[in-house]
Design a protein. Structure first.
Length: 108
């Protein structure tokens, strides 16, 4: 299996583009947390990007399973971005939540 960092660098949708937003997210994380607050105004000021760019980058990160929306402006970062190893409890919890959400979508 490809290393997570190598996968990011080799992904043309992320490398050099949405990766800027990912690095901002990682910088903003509180120690031991994977949830973070993010809104367009903050990203506009800090990364100097347009609203379209912000939404495009956010969609890419969501589509790739790097972040997921919890509620308005509250997101979770996939623990694989910041945690090494496959058996880490945060990573297992994140994967479990994604599986449950996919099952719920299939039912509805």
């Amino acid at each position: 299996m490809e290393n997570f960092t190598e996968a990011l660098i080799s992904d043309n949708e992320i490398a050099g583009k949405a990766i800027r937003l990912l690095f901002w997210i990682i910088k903003e994380l509180e120690t031991g947390r994977i949830e973070f607050y993010m809104d367009y105004q903050t990203i506009k000021e800090e990364l100097k990007v347009s609203k379209d760019t912000y939404h495009r980058w956010k969609r890419v990160l969501e589509k790739k399973g790097i972040i997921k929306k919890v509620k308005t402006n509250l997101y979770q970062l996939n623990p694989a971005c910041v945690v090494k190893g496959k058996g880490h409890a945060l990573l297992d919890e994140f994967k479990h939540q994604i599986m449950e959400e996919k099952q719920e979508q299939l039912v509805t």
